[in-house]
Design a binder for this molecule. Structure first.
Ligand SMILES: Cc1cc2nc3c(=O)[nH]c(=O)nc-3n(C[C@H](O)[C@H](O)[C@H](O)COP(=O)(O)OP(=O)(O)OC[C@H]3O[C@@H](n4cnc5c(N)ncnc54)[C@H](O)[C@@H]3O)c2cc1C
Length: 459
């Protein structure tokens, strides 16, 4: 290509794309552009976050725009390769940890100077022993909690820095295609049909862009493999019930293999004193959670997820997960909430029963209903077994008033075949972050952006 307009185009302004741009823009002579289909950060407004109904905005302001899904995420930085992605498998634990520490220092330099929870202490070991007696494995993962509002401030500072360094930032610019010639990348085509040339392209489209990435892979002949799908519920209970553990670890990570099916069930995304939130992706409404750094509720919420890997001939776990979430949307008009006591008694929760509960749902738009009509029997059994195991470590978890919201689903993108430098099978085309199926969280997504950028700088 004689003289492309850009040296590097980055598709997606989530943590992966932003960290790639931060690294590349250290070289002031490089012409770097970053395109995102969503809004600029100050234009990202979600009606559901302002106590109204989800308006199904296109593009969704929670999942797209400057900062990606990370901008309004809970801002929990997971500082270990044991959680949040596959970088440990790709690079080896030691190298992955070094990269994670570097990413953490970068977040801190932009304002994430909050305490780290969950380091290995004597109290941790005691809890580990008690958990083992209940059949639970407690995983040690240090977490730095930034908080939802501070996360978006950090993303704004990164944006301003990149613009100062001359990076071209374009929001509301969906990339339609990746262009190649003779096996090498040549640029991208944006949705209005305009072609923009670049010597290198990094695609970082997140979970929101997973379907788009699948179509790119089909067009360019890139290999994809399946990741598992995680389906379950979000649990909400009085914060005091789990306080002894959240005070110690902030985010507890328990793993459990069910007696009935030997399936893996795990806790995920613990939000102490937080709120349950809606998530809208791929045409279905699911549930999630977050906590603010400076605003507290009386409740803590966390996800309980059942991991399912499928074998041949089935190769579409995302559609499987979406179908279950769609069933909840069909029955409840969105997300369903049920008291644990009602689920165990085989009856639906009604507004009247919910009013008698000692837990007031923080997600007010959830419809009282029956998750037993939505989740596969196998998932219900797995979840109830794990709730009872957790109750042994944190008495009160299995109160009949505990609320379960469904469906929570984690759709991990199909995994692209990548080299250890994150280059695809097309020369000069790199992929990183959750969309490439190699990460599942802010820190590893950011780290993968650094990796892709360094591979390009090293060429
Ligand atoms: C509510 C919520 C809370 C979360 N809380 C946490 C947490 O506390 N800790 C944690 O570690 N993780 C959390 N996560 C997950 C975390 O946000 C993601 O793992 C992370 O943002 C992934 O980064 P990414 O850059 O790969 O993708 P994303 O952040 O999803 O960014 C991808 C970007 O690409 C853009 N895009 C997609 N397709 C195109 C296209 N064709 N053209 C142009 N642009 C495109 C999208 O608009 C999006 O902005 C949370 C997620 C959500 C939704």
């Amino acid at each position: 290509m004689p003289n492309p307009k850009y040296d590097v185009i980055i598709v997606g302004a989530g943590p992966a794309g932003i960290f790639a741009a931060l690294e590349l823009s250290e070289r002031l002579d490089l012409r770097v552009a970053i395109f995102d289909k969503g809004n600029a950060i100050d234009k990202r407004r979600c009606p559901a976050r302002e106590g109204k109904e989800c308006a199904h905005c296109q593009p969704c302001s929670i999942m797209t725009g400057w900062g990606g899904a990370g901008a309004f995420s809970d801002g929990k930085l997971t500082l270990s390769p044991a959680s949040g992605g596959h970088l440990g498998d790709l690079l080896g634990e030691e190298q992955a940890q070094a990269l994670i520490d570097e990413v953490d220092r970068m977040y801190v330099s932009y304002g994430a100077d909050r305490p780290v929870y969950g380091e290995h202490t004597d109290e941790f070991e005691l809890l580990e022993k008690r958990s083992a007696l209940a059949g639970l494995r407690l995983v040690s993962v240090p977490i730095r909690h930034i908080g939802t509002e501070r996360s978006s401030e950090i993303m704004t500072r990164m944006h301003d820095d990149l613009v100062r360094r001359g990076v071209q930032v374009s929001t509301r610019t969906p990339v339609a295609r990746v262009l190649i010639n003779g096996g090498s990348v040549t640029g991208v085509e944006v949705e209005d049909g305009q072609t923009i040339e670049a010597a290198r392209v990094i695609i970082a489209p997140g979970r929101e862009g997973a379907d788009w990435l699948k179509s790119v892979a089909a067009e360019l002949g890139l290999s994809l493999t399946c990741n598992p799908v995680d389906i379950g519920v979000r649990v909400e209970l009085p914060a005091t019930v789990v306080e002894p553990v959240t005070e110690l670890l902030y985010e507890f990570k328990f793993l459990y293999y069910s007696k009935s099916f030997d399936d893996l069930v795990r806790t995920f995304c613990v939000c102490p004193y937080g709120e349950v939130a809606l998530e809208y992706a791929g045409g279905v409404t699911t549930v999630n959670g977050h906590s603010y750094a400076d605003r507290k509720t009386y409740y803590t919420n966390f996800a309980l997820l059942v991991s399912k890997n499928f074998t041949e001939p089935f190769d579409d776990p995302v559609t499987y997960g979406q179908s279950i979430a769609r069933l909840a949307n069909l029955l409840g008009g969105g997300v369903i909430v049920q008291r644990l006591g009602d689920l165990e008694s085989g009856r639906r929760s009604t507004p009247e029963r919910l009013r008698r509960s000692i837990v007031t749902p923080t997600l007010r738009s959830a419809t009282p209903g029956d998750l037993g009509l939505v989740l596969p029997h196998r998932h219900v059994v797995n979840i109830l077994e794990m709730m009872h195991a957790l109750d042994e470590v944190m008495p009160g978890v299995c109160s009949r008033h505990t609320l379960l919201y469904g469906v929570e689903a984690k759709f991990y993108s199909n995994r692209l075949k990548l080299t250890e430098k994150l280059e695809t099978e097309v020369e000069g085309l790199y992929a990183c972050g959750d969309g490439a199926g190699i990460t599942r969280g802010l820190v590893q997504a950011s780290a993968s952006g650094l990796l892709a950028a360094r591979a390009i700088l090293g060429e």
